[in-house]
Design a protein around this ligand. Structure first.
Ligand code: SF4
Ligand code: SF4
Length: 96
Protein backbone atom coordinates (compact mmCIF):
# COMPACT_ATOMS: atom_id res chain seq x y z
CA UNK A 1 0.00 0.00 0.00
CA UNK A 2 1.32 3.43 -0.92
CA UNK A 3 2.10 5.75 1.96
CA UNK A 4 -0.13 8.80 1.55
CA UNK A 5 2.86 11.04 2.31
CA UNK A 6 4.40 9.73 -0.91
CA UNK A 7 1.30 10.88 -2.75
CA UNK A 8 1.54 14.36 -1.23
CA UNK A 9 5.28 14.58 -1.90
CA UNK A 10 4.64 13.68 -5.53
CA UNK A 11 1.44 15.60 -6.25
CA UNK A 12 1.73 18.81 -4.19
CA UNK A 13 2.56 21.63 -6.59
CA UNK A 14 3.13 24.10 -3.73
CA UNK A 15 0.43 26.37 -5.11
CA UNK A 16 -0.07 28.16 -1.79
CA UNK A 17 -3.82 27.66 -1.55
CA UNK A 18 -3.70 25.75 1.73
CA UNK A 19 -0.59 27.39 3.12
CA UNK A 20 -2.29 30.78 2.86
CA UNK A 21 -5.38 29.63 4.76
CA UNK A 22 -4.43 27.02 7.35
CA UNK A 23 -3.17 28.28 10.71
CA UNK A 24 -1.24 25.05 11.26
CA UNK A 25 0.63 25.39 7.97
CA UNK A 26 1.17 29.11 8.49
CA UNK A 27 2.59 28.48 11.96
CA UNK A 28 5.10 25.92 10.72
CA UNK A 29 5.95 27.79 7.53
CA UNK A 30 6.33 24.63 5.48
CA UNK A 31 4.60 23.49 2.34
CA UNK A 32 2.74 20.18 2.31
CA UNK A 33 5.41 18.80 -0.01
CA UNK A 34 8.05 19.70 2.57
CA UNK A 35 5.97 18.19 5.37
CA UNK A 36 5.43 15.03 3.34
CA UNK A 37 9.16 14.64 2.82
CA UNK A 38 9.68 15.22 6.54
CA UNK A 39 7.10 12.52 7.30
CA UNK A 40 8.81 10.10 4.93
CA UNK A 41 12.35 10.83 6.06
CA UNK A 42 12.00 11.36 9.81
CA UNK A 43 8.38 10.55 10.73
CA UNK A 44 8.45 13.98 12.40
CA UNK A 45 10.99 12.72 14.94
CA UNK A 46 12.69 16.13 14.88
CA UNK A 47 9.40 17.81 15.71
CA UNK A 48 7.10 15.32 17.44
CA UNK A 49 4.57 18.00 18.42
CA UNK A 50 3.89 18.90 14.81
CA UNK A 51 1.37 16.12 14.02
CA UNK A 52 -0.80 17.20 16.94
CA UNK A 53 -1.09 20.71 15.56
CA UNK A 54 -3.17 19.63 12.57
CA UNK A 55 -6.80 19.40 13.60
CA UNK A 56 -7.65 17.11 10.68
CA UNK A 57 -10.43 19.43 9.56
CA UNK A 58 -10.19 18.59 5.86
CA UNK A 59 -10.31 22.23 4.76
CA UNK A 60 -7.06 21.88 2.81
CA UNK A 61 -8.64 19.21 0.63
CA UNK A 62 -11.44 21.59 -0.31
CA UNK A 63 -8.85 24.17 -1.40
CA UNK A 64 -6.39 21.85 -3.09
CA UNK A 65 -6.36 21.59 -6.90
CA UNK A 66 -4.80 18.14 -6.47
CA UNK A 67 -7.46 17.05 -3.95
CA UNK A 68 -4.83 16.34 -1.30
CA UNK A 69 -5.91 15.77 2.29
CA UNK A 70 -3.09 16.71 4.64
CA UNK A 71 -4.96 15.46 7.67
CA UNK A 72 -4.89 12.01 6.10
CA UNK A 73 -1.15 12.34 5.66
CA UNK A 74 -0.70 13.43 9.28
CA UNK A 75 -2.79 10.54 10.51
CA UNK A 76 -0.74 8.17 8.38
CA UNK A 77 2.49 9.47 9.85
CA UNK A 78 1.28 9.22 13.39
CA UNK A 79 -0.22 5.78 12.80
CA UNK A 80 3.28 4.54 12.01
CA UNK A 81 4.55 5.85 15.34
CA UNK A 82 1.35 4.99 17.21
CA UNK A 83 1.43 8.34 18.98
CA UNK A 84 -1.87 9.76 17.91
CA UNK A 85 -3.71 6.45 18.09
CA UNK A 86 -2.48 5.93 21.65
CA UNK A 87 -3.75 9.34 22.63
CA UNK A 88 -7.12 8.65 21.01
CA UNK A 89 -7.37 5.31 22.79
CA UNK A 90 -6.48 6.79 26.14
CA UNK A 91 -9.15 9.47 25.73
CA UNK A 92 -11.92 7.23 24.44
CA UNK A 93 -13.31 6.09 27.82
CA UNK A 94 -14.24 9.69 28.64
CA UNK A 95 -15.45 10.67 25.17
CA UNK A 96 -18.76 9.52 23.74
S1 SF4 B 1 -6.53 19.20 7.83
FE1 SF4 B 1 -4.71 20.02 8.91
S2 SF4 B 1 -3.42 20.83 7.24
FE2 SF4 B 1 -5.52 20.60 6.41
S3 SF4 B 1 -6.51 22.63 6.68
FE3 SF4 B 1 -7.03 21.31 8.47
S4 SF4 B 1 -5.46 21.83 10.03
FE4 SF4 B 1 -4.70 22.51 8.02
S1 SF4 C 1 -3.39 23.28 -1.97
FE1 SF4 C 1 -2.63 21.20 -2.50
S2 SF4 C 1 -1.13 21.53 -4.16
FE2 SF4 C 1 -1.50 23.51 -3.17
S3 SF4 C 1 0.15 23.69 -1.63
FE3 SF4 C 1 -1.67 22.80 -0.61
S4 SF4 C 1 -1.40 20.55 -0.76
FE4 SF4 C 1 0.02 21.51 -2.23
Amino acid sequence: MTNYAETVATKCIECGQCTDECDFLIAYGKTPKELANEALNTKFSDNPVLPYSCNICGYCQKLCPENLDLGLMIMGGTRETGLRENRTTSRSPTCN
